[in-house]
Design a protein around this ligand. Structure first.
Ligand code: PEP
Length: 251
């Protein structure tokens, strides 16, 4: 682990009714936080306001899982950054691989969503990651650099201050396959190098880079032990209070 404050974030995806969301946040509020991590949960939009209300005054912050790039308008089913913020979100996950592959979020679209989040002071959790095919073709770093380059195009270090990066290899998300700690470290170090080249060493050293992809109570400790891993973005096990509590309280 590093000197940077760790972040443990849970992405609830399209899970949980209001009652289930309320029960989960209540359980997490009393789950301890021995590493003084920043703990973030990302409920679906229907539960966001409720979870934010219940989390108020606790150590848990609330993120949305996406935002539209416009503040308002005729965009049926979409949620704007203004609405997400109004509902209590402090963070916005952008570029999750499911958004990229299922909903067609391209680098260009993400670039506009980055602007939207920045306009409204939402802290961005920007996700990048390669497919298995890209990894096997030795394209991992090139793919990630291109996602960072194009998704963040036009913004300065000052604009992106506080942004969090999540490295999530697509082949490890929801599959039970986790990158080895060494694989995670290699990519995290490359991301930090990208940030140093682009925004300066100070920016790179301050930026938290999370690993995501089948993080579990049983593997979080070895992943968090890597010098460039500053936290975890968790899917499946973020829905289980006892498992997520163990992840928050990693050793
Ligand atoms: C995710 O959705 O961001 C994720 C990492 O999911 P899981 O932990 O289930 O692989």
């Amino acid at each position: 682990m590093t000197k940077r404050t760790p972040i443990i974030a849970g992405n609830w995806k399209m899970h949980n009714t209001l009652a289930e969301s309320a029960a989960l946040i209540e359980a997490l509020k009393t789950a301890g936080n021995k590493n003084n991590a920043e703990v973030i949960v990302a409920p679906s939009f229907t539960s966001l306001a409720k979870v934010a209300e219940l989390a108020k005054g606790s150590h848990i912050q609330v993120s949305c899982q996406d935002v539209h790039w416009e503040d308002k308008g005729a965009f049926t089913s979409a949620v704007s950054p203004v609405q997400a913020k109004d509902a209590g979100a402090t963070h916005a996950i952008l570029g999750h691989s499911e958004r990229r592959s299922v909903f067609g979020d391209t680098d260009e679209i993400l670039n506009k969503k980055v602007a939207a989040a920045l306009r409204h002071g939402l802290t961005i959790i920007f996700c990048v990651g390669e497919t298995l095919q890209e990894r096997e073709a030795n394209e991992t770093i090139a793919v990630i650099n291109s996602q960072l380059e194009n998704g963040l195009k036009g913004y300065t270090a000052e604009d992106l201050k506080g942004m969090v990066i999540a490295y999530e290899p697509v082949w490890a998300i929801g599959t039970g396959k986790t990158a080895t700690p060494e694989q995670a470290q290699e990519v995290h170090a490359a991301i930090r190098q990208f940030l140093a080249d682009k925004y300066g060493k100070e920016y790179a050293e301050a930026t938290r880079i999370l690993y995501g992809g089948s993080v579990k109570d049983s593997n979080v400790d070895e992943i968090m032990a890597q010098p460039d891993v500053d936290g975890a973005l968790v899917g499946g096990q973020a829905l289980l209070a006892d498992k997520f509590a163990r992840i928050i309280n990693f050793n």
